[in-house]
Design a binder for this molecule. Structure first.
Ligand code: ADP
Ligand code: MG
Length: 242
């Protein structure tokens, strides 16, 4: 049973239609990537799932709960999703542990349970020993892992990651990729990942949806996408010309 179901998602900004009917069914535990060039509508799709944008049409449900559709619109905090953006925006004046405490306080989780969950989330990203530090005392890669821990700390049903590695330099990006793959293998949490980097998509994903101008042009496993691109635009984007 698919965990995330997106049907005929349409989004307009004024006169401009940026999503022209996106469909996707993402299985429980799947690592699903939206891959495509800048401006094709990846972030808009993710933001609609997160509840940060209101779709102009279509439906979104997760685990059978309708988020959007039939007159329903759940607020972001009602969706139980974890999200990490390109700019991970930790609070600079708060320690790592305090950064993780905030989303738990918002959910009215008490002190001792908070401490337990913070320790658990930081252990998942191998940063338990840095809980008392401030963000500027961490490397870019470590800060990114804190952002990931913060997204995981309240046990979301789905993780939404929007170009989370793009602010890292090439070497750190490589490490972060290996590390993300290991975390995914450990947790098995359903993940919707956005990137314009085809290598990243091919390395990490169970399935990839190639997007172009507000549509999904092909959905398949990395091997399917790479070996048998369905259209010239997919071939061009994943670097092969058949
Ligand atoms: P991607 O993440 O694939 O780079 P986006 O989803 O951010 O693409 O954007 C898709 C298109 O929608 C782009 O042309 C972008 O300029 C436009 N767009 C995104 N957000 C807004 C907005 N709030 N208002 C108007 N246009 C927007
Ligand atoms: Mg984007």
């Amino acid at each position: 049973m698919p965990d995330v179901r997106i049907t005929n998602l349409v989004k307009r900004f004024g006169e401009t239609t940026v999503l022209e009917g996106v469909d996707a069914a993402i299985a429980d535990g799947e690592f699903f990537t939206l891959l495509g060039p800048s401006g094709c509508g990846k972030s808009t799709t993710l933001n609609c799932v997160a509840g940060l944008e209101r779709p102009s049409g279509g439906t979104i449900s997760v685990g059978g709960t309708v988020f959007v559709g039939d007159g329903v619109f759940l607020q972001p905090e009602e969706r139980n999703l974890g999200m990490v953006f390109q700019s991970y925006a930790l609070w600079p004046h708060k320690t790592i542990a305090e950064n993780l405490a905030l989303p738990l306080k918002l959910r009215k989780i008490g002190r001792s349970e908070r401490d337990r969950r913070i320790a658990e989330a930081l252990a998942k990203v191998d940063l338990g020993h840095l809980a008392g530090r401030y963000p500027h005392q961490l490397s870019g890669g470590q800060q990114q892992r804190v952002a990931l821990a913060r997204a995981l700390v309240y046990s979301p049903s789905v993780l939404l990651l929007d170009e989370p590695l793009s602010n890292l330099d090439a070497k750190l990006r490589e490490q972060a990729r290996a590390w993300l793959k290991r975390l995914q293998a450990d947790l098995g949490i359903t993940t919707v990942y956005v990137t314009h980097d085809q290598e990243e998509a091919l390395a990490l994903s169970d399935r990839i949806a190639v997007m172009s101008e507000g549509r999904m042009t092909q959905v398949g496993t990395p091997v399917e996408i790479y070996e048998t691109p369905a259209a010239a635009e997919v071939a061009a984007f994943v670097g092969r010309c058949n």
